[in-house]
Write a protein that binds this ligand. Sequence first.
Ligand SMILES: Cc1cc2nc3c(=O)[nH]c(=O)nc-3n(C[C@H](O)[C@H](O)[C@H](O)COP(=O)(O)OP(=O)(O)OC[C@H]3O[C@@H](n4cnc5c(N)ncnc54)[C@H](O)[C@@H]3O)c2cc1C
Ligand SMILES: *[C@@H]1O[C@H](CO)[C@@H](O)[C@H](O)[C@H]1NC(C)=O
Ligand SMILES: *[C@@H]1O[C@H](CO)[C@@H](O)[C@H](O)[C@H]1NC(C)=O
Ligand SMILES: *[C@@H]1O[C@H](CO)[C@@H](O)[C@H](O)[C@H]1NC(C)=O
Ligand SMILES: *[C@@H]1O[C@H](CO)[C@@H](O)[C@H](O)[C@H]1NC(C)=O
Length: 587
Amino acid sequence: MLLTRPVLLLKWILLIPTIIANANPPEEPVKCSNKLTNCTITNSYGAFPDRSICRAAEVAYPSSEEELVSVVANATQAKRKMRVATRYSHSIPKLVCPDGDDGLIISTENLNSVINIDQEKMLVTLESGVTLRQLITEAAESGLALPYSPYWWGLTIGGLLGTGAHGSTLWGEGSAIHDYVVRMRIVTPSGLGENYAKVRTLEDSGDIDGDMKAAKVSLGVLGVISQVTLKLQPLFKRSITFVTKNDTDLSDQAAIFGRQHEFADITWYPSQKLAFYRKDDRVSSNVSGNGLWDHPGFRAVPSVALAILRSTEEDQEGKGDVTGKCNNGKLTTTLLIKGAYGLTNDGILFKGYPVIGNQNRLQASGGCLKGPNNAEITACPWDSRVKGLFFHQTTFSIVLSKAKDFIQDVQNLVGIVPQSLCGVDMYNGILMRYVTGSNAYLGKQEDSLDFDITYYRSKDPKRPRLHEDVLEEIEQMAVFKYDGFPHWGKNRNVAFVGAIKKYNKAREFLKVKEKYDPLGLFSSEWTNQVLGLSDGLTMVKEGCALEGLCICSEDIHCAPQKGYLCRPGKVFKEARVCSLIQARSNR
Ligand SMILES: Cc1cc2nc3c(=O)[nH]c(=O)nc-3n(C[C@H](O)[C@H](O)[C@H](O)COP(=O)(O)OP(=O)(O)OC[C@H]3O[C@@H](n4cnc5c(N)ncnc54)[C@H](O)[C@@H]3O)c2cc1C
Ligand SMILES: *[C@@H]1O[C@H](CO)[C@@H](O)[C@H](O)[C@H]1NC(C)=O
Ligand SMILES: *[C@@H]1O[C@H](CO)[C@@H](O)[C@H](O)[C@H]1NC(C)=O
Ligand SMILES: *[C@@H]1O[C@H](CO)[C@@H](O)[C@H](O)[C@H]1NC(C)=O
Ligand SMILES: *[C@@H]1O[C@H](CO)[C@@H](O)[C@H](O)[C@H]1NC(C)=O
């Protein structure tokens, strides 16, 4: 009885693709009290890890490279701080903030055209604000495809490169978008002699100075990328089959599976001891099939349903109803399996595996980006304008040779606290993707397995989460014990502690930064902190560990009045996590 309501809701959300044709795109991240001045800027979740509000004196929307050059020149002459924002600004960390109150935001929203598609050479040249959705659609119209990409349409080419975003593969040139860049134009500050700004053209071939290796993944600190040329492939077909297995041999499979299937990934539900394997390979284009992937988590959801879903979870958190969370988690998983994860054989119905179709219909999706803007009716699940999902994301990659031990450690942890990761199942489990070593200075050092974990975040920063300690232990285990590399565009502050030291070529990156922007106009407090140039990455204060702003060293960093005290980890003893010690009170 108790379950009826959530069951219906989840069905509604996961199984009925588009009862409502009107989805609606996320909000503009930049808002100004006057037209283009006195602005605040946020990310698409409406909250940075530290929940600070970020201000800028002005925003500019250049619509050509020429305008971009003059914007950068003006700001350089005035020694003004600058940062680049994008159409939706999907990164979680505070990358987009310029320091102080006088900063300038340069938005790439109007730098949004595909400039040229060379079918013969299979090259596409784009302005940096073009979204993944646009790129995929326009390339397919010319019979071309980007082989590996993130799964979400709403990212821009500049933003994807900025944080080293990727899909999943160990094959070919690898999983990251930046490894398909052959040419790039970037606008950087300059001196009076060059009118304060210059356009630099970088080529992947003949990159003697390593500038391209720096610019491919730059966190936006080198200047503004104006245009990007990517190497594509002829459009091809894929055949996808999801196979559900128990997770007994997951730690062995993890290293092998990615070599067996070109687009392999694994979704892991540790509490249910289940793993979904994506067996996904190219097939000849004469194999019939018009399959479509419409990721359930990226669809437009009625705002009313989102509110009920969120309230249910808040209620379970408040009451300490772990069993309720586990039930909902199982239900979500069952519905996902039944619904083939949003796959259909023909764009309408799922009739069975394999699902075969063109790359452009299977590689990414984003139902909630379509249609007019009316968040009161439907929204992306995380849209901050409505009461919807609000979560943390801990995302890191661990080199393949160490992934086995990491998985076993997590399994041991779940062995000790069996229900501790149920909450993760409600956010589609732990997504594991294959990522490849790259020559980009801030790209992956070696072939690795990327773990993507999404979990409940309270609207109240002082309020602990159920089984807070287990996720904190996994986070610290990943980055400290297994030297995991945090995704630059996700994570809480803690994951970035010591991260830059893991990059062999960090110094080379900083040399290029010094050469392109000696005054650090494109750098901010946050970029300096993650690049190891200044302190303050973690913030030690009351309750700081709850939001991942610090690693606790005293009880006060947790929530002692609610029974959460700073304690060692259960498997990784060096971890310091907020554990529920006393019987918890309801408030
Ligand atoms: C629903 C969802 C799904 C996701 N899926 C994946 C996934 O499958 N794989 C993955 O790897 N990541 C994924 N991400 C993370 C995402 O790829 C990164 O956060 C990405 O950087 C966001 O791109 P954006 O266009 O929103 O850029 P922003 O977040 O706005 O910017 C990112 C950085 O790039 C800089 N930048 C942007 N444009 C330029 C430019 N023209 N010149 C110079 N600097 C620039 C910005 O200043 C900033 O530092 C996902 C995120 C969400 C919200
Ligand atoms: C700037 O905007 C803030 C609100 O965001 C407002 O309180 C303030 O008065 C504005 N200042 C000016 C000079 O417009
Ligand atoms: C550059 O600055 C001048 C004066 O400060 C201003 O009039 C002009 O509009 C600015 N140009 C751009 C592109 O911002
Ligand atoms: C997991 O599945 C394998 C077969 O794939 C089986 O042999 C094994 O007993 C299962 N383990 C558990 C714990 O169910
Ligand atoms: C598809 O094309 C391949 C060659 O690319 C050929 O060997 C095969 O017989 C074709 N199959 C069908 C069903 O036409």
